[in-house]
Design a protein around this ligand. Sequence first.
Ligand code: UD1
Length: 367
Amino acid sequence: MLLCVVGARPNYMKMAPLLRAFRAHPALPRALLVHTGQHYDPMMNGRLFEDLELPRPDINLEVGSATHAVQTAEVMRRFEPVLDEHQPSCVVVVGDVNSTLACSLVAAKKAVPVAHVEAGLRSFDRAMPEEINRVLTDQLCDLLYTTERAAHANLMREGIPAERMHFVGNVMIDSLRSHRSRAVPPRRFASQGSFGVVTLHRPSNVDRPDALAESLDVLRAVAERLPLVCAFHPRTVANLRSFGLADKLAGARLVVLPPQGYLEMLGLMSAATLVLTDSGGMQEETTALAVPCLTMRENTERPITVDQGTNTLVGRDRKRILQLVDEILATGGKRGRTPELWDGHAAERIAEHLSHWLAERPVSAHG
Ligand code: UD1
């Protein structure tokens, strides 16, 4: 049996093509979907499952929100009996959320092999909780499936043997390619002509009043040039209210929407003149869609989106952001090209590799 773990929104678009490929592969054991319950809001969770045609989880751990320590510990506590009961031949984790690390740690200590999909990405910024999750997860995993070649150098630097690493491409782009024809066109904004799409949720941009106020000032200034559609994470909306900053956006040419479904977001991004975000995944999706992306962070764990794609790192540097927005409005901005193996078949490559790897392993206690 394979236990496939998801916990939070950015995991679902990675796991959907994997689960499909695992279940279609004749030589792989049965794949069960485990949801830790880290994200639970309908718009952060159920809706995306529907859009991505992800089957209902076989097991739901229902951990919910808590501090990082409590959330991680709670996933571990609840995942351990699941592992004991099912004795999987492999646990498959994706991305960099707390659930990714928690389940890898439980499995590794029980000598159950773990495969990490989207391994080796590094922002080199340990102030990001995700960076800590990435570094530790990769240390624990037996199979490291990577989306870009730079990941291999990162892993080598951390002393990980090359034979564990496998460059397979990007499963998130598998999802994008297979759902693009069903993307929901943004009717509501079509009348406005061109528009920009915004998402913001990183603690560095939204968890401190001064940082959030600065982010909102940037959005106001951009909105003077281009109307904006902002799809905010619940933490951003909660902070807007609790810091008393909600009226900072009043009167600006922007609309604030709740988190969007996958197909709506795909429709919005595809039709946008530019995307302004601090998301990890959207940096890659905009590169695949050839839409210019201004990333409101000082670093990225996905450098290929800057080197080859449409991404530019801008932090909260208002002057630079406005300059780049003007450039995009005048010239269309960075064109970029699609990175190697972002071809819609990464999940199939992983399924094929995993089936051989499992077949060649000596028989262990785990079935
Ligand atoms: C998590 C991931 C991050 C990912 C993001 C995308 C970690 C460390 N972070 O961050 O990598 O980019 O998801 O969405 O795992 N909340 C809700 N409803 C929900 C879930 C969360 O309101 O369904 C609120 C709660 O107030 C919660 C806060 O968001 O306290 C943070 O949620 P959490 O799961 O800890 O991390 P995210 O910020 O969502």
